[in-house]
Design a binder for this molecule. Structure first.
Ligand SMILES: [Zn+2]
Length: 81
């Protein structure tokens, strides 16, 4: 019984961490605006992958910032990252 409760609490913790990561990732890395989801569950915005300390991190850029920075969107995010 105790083992089951422990397993459950670990699962709950894991799910909370997952949700936290998702909500963090849904913000524009440049302006901080929330990235809206389309009705299909796709994010309105672009994903920018930046390698930092040998780890690939994903950042989001909203449509507005992508329009504003164009090809330099990645550079802008890299400066902030
Ligand atoms: Zn933005």
């Amino acid at each position: 019984m105790d083992g089951e409760i422990l397993a459950l609490s670990i699962l709950v913790k894991f799910l909370k961490i997952e949700n936290f990561n998702i909500s963090m990732a849904e913000k524009c890395a440049i302006c901080g605006a929330k990235i809206e989801e389309t009705f299909l569950g796709k994010l309105k915005g672009g994903v920018v992958k930046i390698v930092k300390d040998k780890k690939t991190e994903r950042f989001y850029a909203c449509d507005e910032c992508q329009k504003k920075h164009g090809d330099k969107t990645k550079e802008e995010i890299a400066k902030l990252a």
